[in-house]
Write a protein that binds this ligand. Structure first.
Ligand SMILES: *[C@@H]1O[C@H](CO)[C@@H](O)[C@H](O)[C@H]1NC(C)=O
Ligand SMILES: *[C@@H]1O[C@H](CO)[C@@H](O)[C@H](O)[C@H]1NC(C)=O
Length: 399
């Protein structure tokens, strides 16, 4: 009997920890709260061990993920699944069994802030299996190097090296790919890499083939404006809070972590060239119903300017010139309303379209960052399943 009071207190504390006010309209808020509580617990444990100097916070997360989430390359009656390398980069390959013929193919880069995740994670493994089966396509899921051990441009180089190999006649012969139907794709930081290599290879001397389509799922594309309307609207929406995204960027670009305060005030980008500004000017690029009542935030020039790497288009594909964008392949851009990165994706779609590229935009009004990949976890959400189905449907009709 005496236990009742502490138990009730514990329950209240747990509810307080899990409870988070979420904006109306977000899909299945209770599941998102649970997911967020799980993430925060790992983050807090990571910060603690990091502060004690025992383990880098990212290493803890990746260790937990590999322990709980990594699955071996299991073949099944429908698919032959193998771990190999593509251009020297570890890659998991999913090949439909059955008639030996050239198949369309998807090169996929997983998300995780250039620091987390793996092609061997259950959620990505399930996504790639589904793509391979539903599309009767070969899917290659790339394990590029991760921060903090590797930083820009290593992730980009890995993505480029895997892409060059994917587009080579040697790889088509080895895996039975149709050289006219090759897609580059990814989600979040993986979509950043996909967009970056699509630009680079559009300009490079032609390889045996070119990508015929690019499919970008809630991409992260710029690090100059942390007050786009979606950053303002969703700064406190799990799981990608604004400061978390700023830290991922600083880590990827190997910049001073102390610049975080400067980034969060937009002080790092107070002295941009007008031409650069126009490429991220969301008041001009996005319609009023998307921007809502949010206003641009421009800081006075001060200390804390961004290092030049913040302007590197290989890191921030939204900063590419129109002439480059115009040469990139037909595009699919998926965005979610409750995502700080919504405007990154929407601005890119608009700029691609203005440059003459055929673009399909797929916006989920109740979606949140990461929902498509969490479609395969116990906390799977309805919007996760819908976005995954929409993504695969577009590939089916366009690849
Ligand atoms: C899958 O393909 C590889 C490479 O072609 C082959 O060596 C292997 O035997 C296949 N595995 C299964 C289980 O069919
Ligand atoms: C963005 O575009 C709007 C509308 O064209 C314009 O009024 C504004 O000055 C631009 N902002 C910047 C910072 O260039």
């Amino acid at each position: 009997m005496r236990l009742r009071v502490p138990a009730a207190l514990l329950l209240c504390a747990a509810a307080y920890y899990v409870y988070l006010p979420l904006p109306p309209g977000v899909c299945e808020p209770r599941k998102l709260m649970l997911l967020d509580a799980l993430f925060r617990s790992f983050m807090t444990a990571g910060e603690l061990l990091h502060a004690l100097g025992l383990l880098h916070r990212v290493h803890l997360l990746n260790w937990v993920v590999s322990l709980l989430e990594e699955v071996p390359a299991r073949s099944c009656s429908a698919l032959n699944v193998t771990d190999t390398t593509l251009g020297g980069v570890p890659t998991r390959v999913y090949r439909p069994r059955g008639a030996e013929r050239a198949r369309r193919a998807v090169l996929y880069f997983h998300g995780g802030g250039w620091a987390l995740g793996s092609a061997r994670m259950r959620s990505y493994d399930l996504l790639c299996r589904k793509m391979a089966e539903d599309l009767d396509a070969v899917v290659m899921s790339v394990d590029y190097a991760l921060a903090p051990d590797s930083v820009f441009p290593v992730q980009y180089w890995d993505a480029l090296s895997a892409s060059r190999s994917f587009l080579s006649a040697h790889t088509w012969l080895r895996f039975g790919l149709d050289g006219d139907r090759l897609c580059v794709s990814g989600d979040s930081a993986g979509a950043n890499l996909a967009a970056a290599v699509a630009q680079t290879l559009a300009l490079a001397p032609p390889l045996a083939a070119r990508f015929s389509v690019q499919a970008l799922v809630y991409p992260v594309l710029q690090a100059l404006d942390f007050h786009t309307s979606s950053y303002q609207q969703n700064q406190a929406v799990p799981i990608l809070y604004r400061p978390v995204m700023a830290r991922f960027w600083l880590q990827y670009l190997d910049a001073d972590p102390l610049l975080e305060a400067s980034l969060l005030l937009n002080r790092h980008s107070s002295a941009l060239h007008a031409d650069t500004r126009s490429k991220i000017n969301w008041t001009a690029l996005l319609p009023a119903q998307v921007r809502k009542h949010y206003r641009p935030v421009a800081a006075d020039t001060g200390p804390g300017a961004a290092p030049p790497v913040f302007l590197d288009v290989r890191a921030a594909p939204l900063l590419a010139d129109d002439a480059v964008l115009s040469r990139t392949p037909r595009a699919y851009v998926l965005t979610c309303e409750f995502d700080v990165l919504r405007d990154d994706g929407m601005m890119y779609a608009r700029r691609l379209s203005d440059a003459g590229v055929a673009v399909t935009t797929d916006h989920y009004g109740d979606g949140f960052h990461g929902c498509m990949v969490f479609a395969n976890l116990p906390m799977m959400s309805d919007v996760g399943r819908r976005s995954e189905a929409g993504f695969i449907r577009w590939l089916d009709q366009n690849l």
